[in-house]
Each structure stands twice: as C-alpha cells, then as structure tokens.
Design a protein around this ligand. Structure first.
Ligand SMILES: *Cc1c(COP(=O)(O)O)cnc(C)c1O
Length: 427
C-alpha cells in the first residue's frame, strides 16, 4: 500500500520510507491511500478472537505484501503478546484494559508493533537509525522498552523536566543500552517541537538517519485499531450497535486508530473524545475553528497536549467536514478536580480503580450515556503508574505490580538540556 501526506495528496510514499521517515518531508502526516471495508465474513469470524489473530487479519491490508505475510504474522503475534480484556465496571459501563503490557500503558501496543516493523526495515549493515521520541509520560517508556537492545537503532527520549511521574520517568531513564533520556527544561510541546525541528533541519536530517516513534508514525497508530476490534470480539454481537467508545485523548493517536476501525466498518454507535483541561478539540467541535494552545499541566499528564499532532488525521478522515465529525464524535473536558472526584466515586461505588486518564473517560460516559447505550472507556494506564495521585483520591493503597517495581529499583540516568534540538547526541 502507498501512503500520502495530509499536507499534500500528491506526495506519495511506500510503506518502508513512510515508517522510517515518520513525518512526511512537507511536515504532513502519512495516511493510507485507501482504507478497506472489511467483509461480513470478518464480522462473523470476529467473536472470541485474540489480539494476534485480529491483528493479522486487520493490519495485513496495510502492511502486506510489503512485509511477507508469514513474517508479518509472526511479528504481530510477538507484538501483541499480552491480554487486553474488557472488564465490566458497572451495568452498561465497561473498561477496555490496555495496561497489561510491559510498561503498563496502552502505548505498549503501538510501540512494540512499530519496533518490530522498523527492525524489519532497518538496514543493519548501514547507518545507525535514531528514533526521536518526545513524551508527555508514557510514550517514552513504551518506545524505549519496545526498542531496547535492537541493534543499530538508538532511541532518544525527550521529556519535560518535572512534569512526568517518578514511575514514568524511571521506565525510560533506567534502561541504558541504546536508550538515552533527555530531561528538557520546558513543557511537552517544547519536546515535540524539538523533534519536528530536528527532522526539518537540513544538516541534522542529511547527516543522520532520524525517525520518529510518536503517534505521528503510521506504524504506531495503525496497530492500535486492533484493540477496538478486540473489544467487540468480547461483547455480545447484539450489543455492538449500542456501543459508545470513549477515548481519553491527548495527541489523538488513539482515537484516530478507533476512527480507522470505524472506517473499516466497525458497527459501533459513536465515539467520545474525553480530554483534560487541554480542550482544543471540544472547542473545535463547537466553533469549527482549530485554535492550538500552550499545554496545561494536569493530573492526567499523558494527555497534556495543546496542539494534538493527530488532529490533521482526524480532519482528513472526515474530509475536513466538522458537521460529519460531529455526527460521530462528541468531546468533553474535565478539570483535575472532576478527574479526582471521578476516581473517588468509581472506587466507592464499584470497587474499580481508575487511573487519572481512564477516569476522564469514565466521567464522560457518566455524563453522556443515554437510553440503551453501552459505554466502553479505554483504561489507558495501570493506576499504579500514578500511585500517589490515585491514592490521594480513593483513600486506599494501590498495589504496584512486580514488573513496575523492577523499574523503580533501577537508577535514573538522564541528560539535562535546554529546549534546543542541536543538543541531541544523535549517532
Ligand atoms: C498517551 C496517553 C493518552 C493519550 O493518547 P493519545 O493517543 O495521545 O490521544 C491517554 N492516556 C495515557 C495513559 C497515555 O499514555
């Protein structure tokens, strides 16, 4: 399959260079030339199927035969090697638990898949590949762990100093090997800007092989569509048309993947993009004007994004029509106070523990579900990743899973830098 740039439909790229470049040369985002509508036989087959089985059937349309089917099948099985269960929280409200991977957040899904696709395309005898990843918290750990130890690939994680939780920070500053962490004096948007500048810089981008692992990379967001199908596979077929899928959103990669699933024919009723105090998207749906803002720090910090980079893809999926978008997607914003109150309420009423991001999703379902609608919110991270915050609100201890404790015991190593892309030590 070929991929075009959202800035210029005349710019085409093949899979390999779209994956290795990440961002198109004109700063646009790559989109698949077509999105196949899956046949009825797929939907009849779907119930009860695993992430690996679904992943192959869905993603082969985008990645094969550029990657041969047998190799691709093995890559998918290897990437999706952890469960993604749908758990009932209370009647009519379900949590799609995306945190059972190695770094306990949904980004493991995309990052593990991307690392395998990139490793497949990497020319190991050739120049080293530098993966630049700006993170507001969870991307860094998922990408660093996904690529850890991959030969001739160097991961550079840029994160805003003091604005990620200790547990998040430990997951990408304690790894060593081919992973370097930069503690940037600034906010997430500064980190993201530095990555974009490095790509656009003629000297940097010709002297080094640079690529991105943010959700701007098509091989990171496309695999995320798989768990939407997998959610349906776990729900009774007669309920599919009643489903309202609520996605806690920051950079909008996750919801873009859901919209791809919808374009492929996923028969759900509608989507909600739930956001924290960073409310560019709900304001856009209201006014029709996209007005990016500096990001605001919140307790759901992986969603602290003032200028969501996947907005261009969402826009593209609706051919730029706000009216069409509003038929399928609604959006709501929640303050830290509301997020905290939601964590407390869910815990008290149901015994379920939400992390701050999942709580944004739960809150939006509480406010929006009507009639016979059934809600599924994406529980994007394990509550233990935000232990102190969650405990403060629910008044109970949150247990740390063993695989998280392992990171906590490691020693932090990072390079403190100003927000200047020239300071990155690329190979
Ligand atoms: C990244 C992240 C989000 C936001 O996902 P986007 O794809 O950027 O919209 C939500 N929750 C958690 C825990 C995250 O790490």
């Amino acid at each position: 399959m070929k991929f075009y740039s959202t800035n210029n439909k005349e710019h085409w790229s093949d899979l390999k260079s779209a994956v290795l470049k990440g961002l198109a040369p004109d700063k646009g985002l790559y989109m698949p030339e077509s999105i196949p509508v899956l046949p009825q036989s797929f939907w009849d087959w779907l119930p009860g199927k695993s992430m690996g089985e679904i992943g192959f059937e869905v993603l082969k349309h985008f990645f094969c035969p550029d990657i041969p089917e047998d190799k691709f099948k093995a890559m998918v099985e290897d990437a999706f090697n952890f469960p993604v269960p749908v758990v009932e929280v209370k009647k009519g409200v379900y949590s799609l638990e995306l945190f059972h991977g190695p770094t306990l957040a949904f980004k493991d899904v995309g990052a593990r898949f991307l690392a395998r696709v990139m490793a497949y395309f990497a020319d190991f005898g050739g120049r080293p590949i530098n993966v630049l990843a700006a993170t507001s918290g969870d991307t860094g750990s998922a990408v660093a762990n996904g690529f850890l130890g991959v030969k001739n690939v160097y991961v550079h994680v840029l994160y805003p100093s003091g604005l990620v939780s200790e547990i998040q920070e430990k997951q990408f500053t304690t790894l060593g090997q081919n992973v370097t962490a930069y503690e940037v004096a600034g906010v997430f948007d500064d980190c993201q800007r530095m990555v974009k500048q490095a790509f656009m810089d003629p000297k940097m981008s010709t002297e080094h092989v640079l690529t991105s692992a943010n959700s701007i990379n098509l091989a990171r967001f496309l695999p995320q569509s798989v768990y939407y199908f997998h959610a349906l596979a776990q729900m009774p077929k007669e309920d599919w048309g009643k489903l309202v899928i609520c996605v806690p959103s920051g950079n909008f990669g996750d919801i873009t993947a859901g919209l791809i699933a919808w374009k492929m024919g996923m028969p759900v009723k509608r989507f909600i993009a739930a956001v924290n105090a960073n409310k560019v998207f709900p304001e856009f749906l209201q006014s029709g004007k996209y007005n990016p803002q500096p990001s605001i720090a919140t307790i759901a910090n992986a969603m602290d994004v003032g200028d969501p980079s996947n907005f261009a893809r969402v826009f593209e999926l609706f051919n730029g029509s706000v009216e069409e978008m509003k038929k399928l997607i609604s959006s709501r914003s929640y303050s830290d106070e509301q997020i905290g109150a939601t964590m407390k309420k869910v815990s008290a009423e149901t015994g379920y523990t939400c992390d701050p991001h999942g709580a944004v999703g739960y809150a939006a379902l509480e406010d929006e579900l009507k009639g016979d609608e059934i809600g599924i919110f994406l529980e994007t991270a394990h509550p233990a990743k935000f232990k102190a915050t969650v405990e403060k609100y629910i008044g109970k201890e949150v247990e740390i899973p063993a695989r998280l404790q392992k990171f906590m015991d490691g020693e932090k190593k990072s390079i403190a830098i100003k927000a200047d892309f020239n300071l990155l030590q690329v190979k």
